[in-house]
Design a protein around this ligand. Sequence first.
Ligand code: ADP
Ligand code: ASP
Ligand code: MG
Length: 829
Amino acid sequence: MSSRSEATNVAPSDAVLPRRVLKFGGTSVTGAARIDVIADVVRERMKECNPVVVVSAMSGVTEQLRRASELATRGEAGELLAEIERRHRDAVQEVACGRPEAVEGVEKVLREAARLIQGIELVRECSPRTLDQVLSLGERLSIQLVAWGLCERGLPARPVDSSAIIVTDDRHVEAEVDFPATEERALRLLAPDGTIPVVTGFLGATPTGDRTTLGKGGSDYSAAVLGWALRAEEVEIWTDVSGVMTADPRTVPDARPLRSLGFNELLELSHWGARVVHPKTVRPLRERGVPLSIRNTMAPSDPGTLVTPRSPKSNMGPVRGIASIDQVGLLQLNGVGHGSESVTGRFVHALDEAQCQILLLSQGCSERSVCVALPPRAVRPALRAIDKAFVLERRAGLMDDPSVEGDCSIVAVVGEGMKDMPGIAGKVFGVLGEHGISIRAIAQGSSELNISFVVRQKDVHEAVRILHRAFFGTDVQPRSAEDASDAAITAKELADHGPIDVVELATEMIAIPSLSGHEHAVCDFVMDLLTAKGWDVRTQPVNAGRVNVWATRKGGEVTLTTHLDTVPGFFPPRIDDGKLYGRGSCDAKGIAAAMICAAQRLADAGEERVDLLFVVGEEASSDGARVAAALPSTSRWMVNGEPTESGLVSASKGSLRCIIRVRGQEAHSAYPELGRSAVDAMVGLLSELRGLKLPTDPELGETTVNVGTIRGGSAANVFAGQCEVELMIRLVGDADEVKQAIAGLVGDRAELLWGSHIPPQRYQVVEGFKTTTVAYTSDVPILSTWGKPLMFGPGSIHHAHTSEEHVPVEELRGAVDAYEQIVRELLGS
Ligand code: ADP
Ligand code: ASP
Ligand code: MG
């Protein structure tokens, strides 16, 4: 039998596996930790199905691109473009470890970005068609990051630009999908082939190939369209919350996730502003009965919400959720004359013609008053349309000027069970009335799935909280550092107590969960404490309202710095056998507490040349450190805190990535004279590599090489056409020396692709401390502008990130003395 037919025999079993679409949103593709989660999910799914991955742009990038295109019309996009470039270049290093294909892929799109922005700057205008090209860049960058990030984690992924698959009309920025044409292309271009397509969300193209986008948040819709086209067994939307919740958790901190939901209910909730899923997502899935689940990349083991055609029975009562649209304009038409034609009809028709989306309509009796809620940008065009449509009535004085009320919001109460249950509306308006919230307009959906109404914008969050309490019986205090921590003591009380005890402070800080990306509460706590202690506390905005905390007194010569975020797996503080346990105890809240106590002690003794810098996001993308690095710093030394078992680090190894690729000649394996196996050649190369002499350093020891992955060959009876390995080299000196040695060994037998490089780092040490070296790399190179680096911290790196994370109490107390002494040595005080 020929090797060829043997090889194709493998395919059908792959092809019959069901398809499943996994969509990862902005926060889910930002940071290496998230890509690890994506890899885990994909790997798990591959056991039972053929997954297709759909991704959004990284958090906030679509908005940045929109803004850049606007600024470009004034010739002012340079800085923002540079920021977008920087974010993606950093991300390539972080999530795809500087893999050459990833770097190449990202750079190619970035070059296009620069050209597009340059073009707009030149002509000083940006048409919707051009805007779509600019907006497409975000997703096109993120498929490079995710696809190569998955390859980096051993999965056979490939980036796919959906403009070749999703066919749309030419309504730029809000294009409509041509379903039949898309189905044909999806079946063809996403046919199972043993790889995992990583597809751009949000993007399509017209039949003639002009790029289009599907509207804000449109990646969810892309996933649904592909789920429909591939008749997927399920579509999974992975985001930053554990499913659809009873309300937006940003407004109602104790909103609860719903385990199950009907398509109709999801449609209503998303239509009324629950942006967890784009409202258009539901229709295609409902049509082909494809279930939808919503899951959390920050908590992948949470069950999430399963959405199915029928609304499930719930024990939570008839109301499933409360949603709101924050910004709407309310437009009211009064005193319409008694014409025979329906005024409401003409009014709606006029708005429709002017393409003004009506979010809510309510009509008074005898058509003397009609009222609509519109998106703010539709108010002006609506007024023009009314002027035109009612020109005669206006002239005859039969109609007042339309009145407009800006700064309004819509609130909707949603649930399938409401239609069989009298009294819900009474309860809604009753409790709002009790709290003095005035209702501007009311509508009840004809489906009786929702009750919606308009309130003043200043009241909207309060209204949602009141209703949530009324229907879900929860207490709805806004989140604050104190209640998030369950802390027995507030920051202010701690500060007022006299000298701060490091163990007490660390305990309070550990009690406040602060997973990367969710550091608000602990940052607030630290800021309150330092403010109460007389520090000048400043925030450094990072993103999405997240901040680094910087505190100073007289301007620091020395900055003590570490991070306040932790890895997942929160567990509360406890002291056991002389050890303080809890998530973050060792990495790095114990360290932060020790730094605060040391700095305070120094300040109390009159040494005020110490600053404190606490960054966020170190465990994910180092976004906090990158922001800090871009800000002016005054310090001459920076003492960075990581667990070093209370040794001062004198040096740390660097790292270098490399891919070796060998090409062979495929042939039937029975005839060695006809072929040349790339795998065979690689095995030879690698054994020579083992014997290669690489630099050593008296302090850091040996250069080490890890062959992380090997890929190659197609079948046992075929000589391998290609073989590829990825190396991670731990450097003790100059990278060039290593590169030359490896290049010399490889010669022209293979291709060498060099990836990211972090040089070894030397640190200042001071008298009176034991010193140590570490083999891992850290954030220190990023923070290079904050002064000559030192590194020190209590606790062991081997306990960090584990479920037994702890720091010995005595060592923690000792760290306060140590930081104080280090500062005094540096300042000679
Ligand atoms: P992604 O980038 O993953 O698409 P989005 O920011 O678009 O994520 O959607 C997730 C966000 O939706 C949540 O962080 C949450 O603040 C918001 N949200 C609003 N209403 C709800 C709700 N009822 N349930 C869950 N999340 C909601
Ligand atoms: N990146 C696009 C947006 O923010 C699409 C998406 O995230 O769904 O609108
Ligand atoms: Mg979204």
